[in-house]
Design a protein around this ligand. Structure first.
Ligand code: FCB
Length: 451
């Protein structure tokens, strides 16, 4: 038996996102978001599911906090729905929206839990999408106004903030692949959206620091270790380019003031709508790097490929079915170790927060109402062993947030994929801690576990 230990002040947490849990989609003057519109469009979401009610956390956030307490957690990553604050994405703040997040924040602080909000976890006000969405440069300014509203309203009680959730994912799936809101499929839109989001990130960071210089601000990046699919040198180089595209497109510009060096003829600045002086606004000395990680990516060299970088990911080939979660993602704990070390080595040992990591297993309550999800516990053991190893090898990881506190609306998958440490009965809204949640609670109390 081995004992895995974590540093004394390590933070144990769980994550959620507004559209995935809140419901109350048009309560208290909330405006429509692109996810409201997308999920109400027939054929977009499996089973016709929507986030109209979801886990009803808009009314039940106290139940959510009780679960965090039951698991001895000290950090809660949630997100703020922009259209609750500015229903049309611009103008005066809606006091009822501010009041909801104020009450949530106070209740967390009262329970001794760090509120760790994300400003943007994908629910853009529909009115801004109608005006052009993320490909439209003006959206960066609108987002910065919203970030200022939030830090002015809650900066006295919240010090730690996440600007964006997974910018590489919401730009690619929303504007290029069309599988997420707003469902557009255009390379030009993807390039412009990527640049606007980089601008928004830099501008919001500067504005927030101007209001509260002592705040601790970063972004939660989707990351996946990129491995060559074959043993050829060309595959190795392709994997490096894919790493630059998928992991660094919103990190390298902020930290080093340039787009990743992966394009054969340099970054397509004209197509991105780049203007003189933009990099000065994009560059931002982030206080931490947030990492969301689920698995690895295997990459092969192929001429062309997305953005012409000569690299494409290849599908998972894993004969061991116990290594595949119910959503089809591969269990590969070394991916987390590899990314933590890569970011540590390449960016001069930044502070890192693991902002998401978890798995979909659809185990349901047994006849006694117990949710025996031992595969989820094993998943966490494997990935947490990888985190502990990275810390002992020099990574400055300060916290870990399991995705997710609750089973919830899993985007285009609807309610069919359950990622929660807690089971949610979507008919009644009732929450029950799963066995993995009990295990996670003991780990948090002891700051370590035995394998
Ligand atoms: C991430 C998202 C999060 C959740 C997990 C499973 O890409 O940030 O909202 O859906 O995947």
């Amino acid at each position: 038996m081995a004992r895995i230990e974590f540093p004394p002040a390590f933070r144990w947490g769980a994550s959620t996102a507004s559209y995935q849990i809140e419901g109350g989609w048009r309560e208290d003057e909330k405006g429509e978001s692109i996810w409201d519109r997308f999920s109400h469009t027939p054929g977009r979401i499996k089973n016709g599911d929507t986030g109209d009610i979801a886990c009803d956390s808009y009314h039940r956030f106290e139940d959510d906090i009780a679960l965090l307490q039951e698991m001895n957690l000290s950090s809660y990553r949630f997100s703020i729905a922009w259209p609750r604050i500015q229903p049309s994405g611009r103008g005066k703040a809606n006091s009822k929206g501010l009041d909801y997040y104020g009450r949530l924040t106070d209740a967390l602080l009262g329970a001794g839990i760090r509120p760790f909000p994300t400003l943007y976890h994908w629910d853009l006000p529909q009115a801004l999408e109608d005006a052009g969405g993320w490909p439209h440069r003006d959206t960066a300014g609108r987002f910065t106004d919203y970030a200022e509203i939030m830090i002015s309203a809650l900066g006295d009680r919240i010090s730690d903030w996440i600007i964006f959730n997974e910018p590489a994912v919401f730009t690619a799936l929303g504007y290029y692949l069309g599988t997420h809101a707003p469902g557009r499929s255009s390379l030009e839109d993807l390039l412009r959206a990527s640049h606007t989001v980089n601008l928004a990130q830099g501008q919001a960071f500067a504005a927030m620091k101007a209001t509260r210089s002592d705040s601790f601000i970063g972004t939660a990046h989707s990351m996946s270790s990129c491995e060559p699919a074959g043993d050829k040198e060309a595959d190795l180089q392709a994997a490096e380019r894919w790493h630059g595209l998928s992991n660094l497109l919103f990190l390298e510009p902020a930290l080093n003031g340039k787009y990743p060096d992966i394009f054969p003829d340099g970054p397509p600045l004209d197509e991105m709508g780049f203007q003189d002086g933009d990099m000065e606004q994009i560059r931002a000395p982030m206080d931490f790097v947030g990492i969301n990680l689920y698995s690895r990516t295997r990459v092969t060299a192929q001429s062309g490929g997305p953005l012409n970088i000569g690299a494409v990911p290849v599908p998972v080939e894993n004969d061991d079915s116990s290594s595949i979660t119910d959503i089809g993602w591969e269990v590969w704990p070394d991916a987390l170790y590899d990314m933590l070390m890569r970011i540590t080595n390449d960016y001069d040992r930044p502070i890192i927060e693991v902002t998401e990591n978890g798995c979909a297993y659809n185990d349901s309550p047994d006849h006694q109402g117990v949710i025996q999800d031992s595969r989820r516990t094993r998943f966490f053991q494997g990935y947490l062993e990888a985190v502990a190893r990275a810390i002992s090898d020099g990574a400055d990881v300060r916290g870990y947030h399991a995705w997710s506190l609750l089973d919830n609306f899993e985007w285009a998958e609807g309610y069919g994929q359950r990622f929660g440490l807690s089971w949610v009965d979507f008919k009644t809204g009732q929450r029950t801690l799963k066995e993995s949640g009990r295990w996670y609670g003991t780990l948090a109390a002891e700051n370590g576990f035995s394998t």
